[in-house]
Design a protein around this ligand. Structure first.
Ligand code: MN
Length: 243
């Protein structure tokens, strides 16, 4: 039934130009068609621990439950990530305030399921256009949605890093889910705010439309964010459809 697309994928994570630590993490599992990016929260210690626990717990869950429908496996993986992070926070009091975003995609045949918490994003790039698959769980995005803040103002708003949902925090840990069909030529991008906070969607679309192999494209995106100031850690995962 159907044709299994082979997914060509790559990831690049860069510390950026201003941070002492890379608190982003990512996961590629081309065999299971499973991809994730996490951005550990700065401020309280342990952001790097939280982001790594998030992607590894999610991966463990997906690997242990290979037969589940995509949405169930994503929801279960997020729940497990939350449990593991909270458990570790309890064990290590100095990490009790650690938290992280998480965006994950599962691709089965050509069906993409995306789950996310926080402001790490997923986009589908199709025919030159960048289609967002996620909506940031952030204070400024709530402001944009309510018409109280423009996108330009949000970019400079001092509250731009404040999340309304995160893993590991008291905030709700329920992921938002989205779905899309991956058509030949489509590219799926997962990224942290170190990319989207530095360069516009139009610049991202410009990089993706060059049709380079995923690894070159990932490097080009990271370069663009560094050229724009690189004030945060930058992580990108890019998955190409088979043909
Ligand atoms: Mn970040």
């Amino acid at each position: 039934m159907g044709v299994r697309l082979s997914h060509r994928c790559a990831a690049v994570s860069d510390i950026g130009l201003r941070r002492m630590l890379n608190q982003d993490a990512y996961l590629l599992n081309a065999v299971l068609g499973f991809f994730a990016v996490a951005d550990g929260m700065g401020g309280p210690p342990g952001g790097d621990v939280a982001s790594r626990l998030a992607v590894t717990s999610l991966c463990d869950y997906m690997t242990e439950h290979p037969g589940l429908p995509a949405d169930d496996s994503l929801r279960g993986g997020f729940r497990k990530a939350q449990q593991v992070i909270l458990g570790e926070a309890e064990r290590m009091p100095e990490l009790r305030e650690m938290g992280t975003t998480l965006v994950a995609a599962r691709i089965a045949v050509n069906e993409i399921s995306v789950a996310h918490i926080g402001d790490s994003r997923a986009y589908l790039f199709r025919e030159g256009k960048l289609l967002p698959l996620t909506e940031d769980h952030s204070v400024v995005n709530d402001g944009i949605r309510m018409g109280m803040l423009s996108r330009e103002a949000a970019r400079l708003d001092p509250r731009r890093h404040i999340l309304t949902r995160a893993l590991g925090s008291d905030a709700p840990a329920e992921p938002s889910l989205a779905h899309a069909v991956m058509e030949p030529g489509d590219r799926l991008l997962l990224c942290t705010d170190g990319l989207t906070g530095m360069i516009d969607d139009s610049v991202i679309a410009g990089c993706l439309s060059r049709r380079e192999p995923p690894i070159d494209c990932c490097r080009r995106l990271v370069e663009a964010a560094l050229d724009a100031g690189g004030s945060d850690n930058i992580t990108v995962v890019l998955v190409d459809s088979g043909s």
